[in-house]
Design a protein around this ligand. Structure first.
Ligand SMILES: *Cc1c(COP(=O)(O)O)cnc(C)c1O
Length: 395
């Protein structure tokens, strides 16, 4: 083995030693609630971002299949050469209408939307003010851009105000936040953020990947939830979670923002177009969530039921109303062992520990879906209770 490979092996060994090695479980069925895994057999899935159950929804499959037939498999081009079909324009228009912006632009992922955003809009005359717990793709996107970076403590509005004061000499100030933070399921205080943005003449960008389709009366996300939909300058989000879980992401904003992204955003200019099947299914997802609140209502009922039962059984769960339900266990080993024991009970959940969450804040993150039936939730609750007692996590 050469020196480099030896070094890489050492790093891998270190990762294993620290108990941080990530194993991937192999699923042999479509994504959903009742799935089969090679390692755990038949299990109930409680760790997908499949909030509305659209990942294997018949209407989504029909929309994708139809587009495969009518528009083919791949585009073999970036958008500006020969990679733009009517389906792509239609999806962009639907997204913009949904969020009430002038326009929207598609990317192959929200990760790409975020890495292609900041350097296109800002340079060294500007400042980005970012929540300390923002998603990795936001952090990377900000790294790629020459604007001054300021960070505020997670959801700390006093600190945000302090950073805004420090940023007054810059040309443009952009406040950047996740709509919902994935580890705790807590919701950004967009109402307060928007007020501070007005006071200090800043723009607001929200990455609503864990909220689009599920938060707010019409599923328009965190801004609708807080009643400030028309006060957000830039939205990014994903088609890879509630909106079907295929892949794809987007940025929605005013016309000049989107037009400049089409001209300059590197992941858009230098990466292949979303497949037509994904564009078609994206249109269907927007249709499904716009035409009825039934899936959202069921998701909310399921979440309230599960949270309440876990709370009653004395589990330490972070309060809230998001379908991300962190069951706090604090100790990494306990989180890992408990997840493994739950898998033996047929409940597929994952333990999260440092460095994904702070030291001493290990947890199992449960994710509820509209596709869960009451019987699925009950099975999870009784498995948690059984293993929790055995492991003396609860009395
Ligand atoms: C999941 C997620 C992303 C990445 O979305 P992809 O479309 O899978 O790249 C980006 N930002 C946040 C906040 C996310 O939760």
């Amino acid at each position: 083995m050469n020196k480099t490979e030896q070094r890489l092996r050492d790093t891998l060994h270190e990762i294993e030693q620290q108990g941080l090695y990530k194993q991937e479980r192999i699923i042999t069925t479509p994504q959903g609630v009742e799935i089969r895994t090679r390692e755990g057999g038949e299990v109930l899935n409680f760790c997908a971002n499949n909030y509305l159950g659209l990942a294997n929804h018949p209407d989504m499959i029909a929309a994708a299949t139809e587009a495969l037939q009518s528009h083919g498999f791949g585009m073999a081009s970036v958008r500006f050469i020969c990679g733009t079909q009517d389906l792509h324009k239609e999806l962009e228009q639907r997204i913009a209408e949904f969020l009430g912006t002038d326009d929207a632009i598609l990317y192959t992922s929200c990760f790409d939307a975020n890495t292609g955003l900041f350097e296109t809009l800002l340079d060294d005359n500007d400042a980005v003010i970012s929540d300390a717990l923002n998603h990795a793709s936001i952090i990377d996107g900000i790294r790629l851009c020459k604007a001054t970076r300021l960070r505020y403590q997670h959801s700390d509005m006093n600190d945000l105000e302090k950073q805004l004061k420090l940023a007054q000499q810059y040309r443009t100030r952009l406040i950047v936040t996740d709509g919902v933070f994935s580890m705790d399921g807590d919701i950004a205080k967009l109402d307060e953020i928007v007020k501070l943005a007005e006071k200090y003449d800043a723009m607001v960008m929200v990455d609503d990947s864990h909220a689009t389709g599920i938060l707010g009366a019409h599923g328009k996300g965190t801004a609708e939830y807080h009643g400030v939909l028309d006060k957000i300058d830039i939205f990014t989000s994903t088609l890879g979670k509630a909106l079907g879980g295929g892949s794809g992401g987007f940025t929605a904003a005013s016309q000049p923002v989107i037009e400049l992204l089409r001209q300059r955003s590197r992941p858009y200019l230098f990466s292949n177009t979303l497949t037509p099947a994904l564009a078609s299914a994206g249109i269907k997802a927007i249709e499904l969530i716009s035409s009825s609140s039934a899936l959202r209502d069921k998701l909310n009922e399921n979440t309230a039921y599960f949270r309440n039962a876990m709370y009653t059984n004395c589990f330490d769960i972070n309060p809230g109303q998001h379908p991300i339900v962190p069951v706090m266990l604090f100790d990494a080993k306990v989180a890992q062992t408990m997840a493994a024991r739950l898998l033996e009970e047929g409940i597929y959940v994952i333990g999260f520990f440092y460095p994904v969450v702070p030291q001493g804040k290990a947890r199992i993150r449960v994710q509820i879906s509209a596709a869960h039936e009451r019987s699925h939730l009950d099975r999870a609750i009784s498995a948690f209770t059984k293993i929790g007692r055995e492991m003396e996590v609860i009395e």
